[in-house]
Design a protein around this ligand. Structure first.
Ligand code: 4AD
Ligand code: MG
Length: 430
């Protein structure tokens, strides 16, 4: 019977065939241990010389890394394997012999591995990170579907900017100018007025010249938008969503977290509600912590975010930022016109901002004024303003950066390992 590695627990004691690649092997004169992978998982195949044909044993001993095979054998329990099972191999059919696979079990530099990303994805750690990414996506759809949200897909090609004009990728759209989307938000606001609660999940593009461990040029964002929801309620949705995602990974990715040596005790603690600190208090806290240069009105860099996060063992919301350093669409605090109703959610352990969100302006005149102050004249000036012209309501939304969330939950240092084919400042290959 043909099966997959993920399914072998159902075949205990049975003879099965698995299509696989050879990840690694070790052998002596009498026995060969094959580390096999088939995409669904990893399993050890044990080939005992005295129990197989001479041809099979020679093949097992001499097979090269990443050769593809059909292996047939009996599934037995193995308490030493993290997976709990191994295969006692009876026969091997070589499908294709791989010659000189470039990624060997020795250490390679990051640039080398990045140049071989199309192959590096096969390795155990990269496989675990992508499985966690997949679980985060699954748990995201589950959370929003279970809570009455409709998935809406905003366009990728747009005629104007959503966040700020400096980071736009420009292209021609026949005779017109077009830009790759940096956020679907403005379209999601239109969708919220049509469907109430909506979310999107798609690629976004930022032509920023940033070369940090948190920045990608192309990254994926989850953007919920909710009509009749004010700032405080939006924060509750965010903390419930992030808790659900973290708890789902803990439950469904035990093996992968183990492969990555992730300290899961830190993740176990991530349960709503999350702490909140105002921007004003964050400035005071930073000054106490020795950042004497920072002034009210300045944006935070990675060291500031990390210093604030240090005081909490959960993600922390930094709320009510100065109006002048945030996007034009954020609603001013009704008690103070120098700050806006917004929050950044900062992940623990130095992973930085994973969510940016806010209550949106719902007053037509104020929105017109903000557009003019920012010199925004694109086509959205017309259609976006029409949203507050016809039945405007309080509404809020947020964007969660998938790759930073994967990096944090997986415990990997750099976002380049959290997306299958990263687009970085100096990388468009492979
Ligand atoms: O804070 P940002 O720029 O917010 C927005 O785009 C809003 N329009 C979202 C909304 O309210 N619907 O981006 C949101 C999140 C950040 O918190 C971060 O996690 C991620 O997107 N992000 C990036 N991730 C990787 N590389 C980059 N260059 C990123 N820029 C933002
Ligand atoms: Mg932000």
């Amino acid at each position: 019977m043909k099966t997959t590695i993920a399914q072998v627990p159902k075949s205990l004691g049975e003879k099965v065939t698995i299509g696989a690649w050879l990840a690694n092997k070790r052998s002596s004169g009498k026995i060969a241990f094959l580390q096999l992978r088939d995409g669904t998982g990893f399993i050890q195949g044990v080939v005992v010389k005295s129990e197989v044909s001479e041809e099979t044993f020679q093949l097992a001993k001499n097979m090269s890394q990443e050769s593809s095979v059909y292996v047939t054998g009996t599934i037995v329990e193995d308490s030493r394997s993290p997976f709990g099972f191994e295969m006692q191999v009876e026969s091997i059919e070589l499908i294709h012999e791989a010659v000189d696979y470039p990624i060997t079990p020795k250490d390679h530099g990051t640039e080398f591995l990045m140049d071989h990303r199309h192959l590096w994805l096969r390795s155990k750690k990269q496989h675990a990170v992508m499985k966690i990414r997949n679980e985060i996506i699954r748990a995201t759809y589950e959370f929003f579907n279970d809570n009455g949200y409709v998935k809406i897909d905003p366009p990728i090609l747009t005629g104007s900017s959503a966040e700020g004009t400096t980071e736009l990728f420009h292209t021609k759209y026949f005779d017109e100018d077009a830009y790759l989307s940096q956020s679907g938000q403005l379209y999601m606001e239109a969708a919220a007025m049509a469907f109430g609660k909506v979310f999107s999940f798609g690629p976004t593009f930022r032509a920023e010249k940033s070369k940090t461990r948190r920045h990608l040029i192309e990254f994926w964002m989850i953007e919920p938008e909710m009509a009749f929801v004010e700032h405080a309620e939006s924060l509750e949705i965010q903390e419930n969503y992030v808790s659900h995602v973290v708890q789902s990974v803990l439950k469904n990715c035990k093996l992968e977290l183990g492969v990555l040596d992730r300290d899961t005790a830190k993740l176990e603690k991530v349960k709503a509600p999350f702490p909140r600190i105002s921007y004003d208090d964050a400035i005071a806290l930073l000054k106490e912590k020795g950042f004497t240069d920072i002034e009210w009105g300045e944006d935070f860099g990675a060291p500031h975010e990390t210093a604030i996060a240090e005081d909490f063992d959960m993600p922390v919301f930094i709320t009510n930022w100065p109006k002048d350093i945030k996007a034009f669409y954020m609603k001013p605090d009704p008690n103070r016109d120098d700050v806006v109703l917004c929050a950044d959610l900062i992940a623990p352990e130095g992973y930085g901002e994973i969510i940016g969100g806010s209550q949106r302006i719902d007053d037509l005149d104020l929105m017109k004024q903000r557009y003019e102050e920012h010199g925004l004249t694109g086509p959205a000036y017309k259609w976006y303003l029409e949203l507050s012209q016809y039945g405007s309501v309080p509404h809020s939304g947020f964007g969660l950066g998938l790759e930073r969330t994967v990096a944090w939950i997986s415990g990997v240092e750099h976002v380049r390992e959290t997306i299958p084919f990263p687009r970085l400042l100096n990388r468009l290959y492979p």
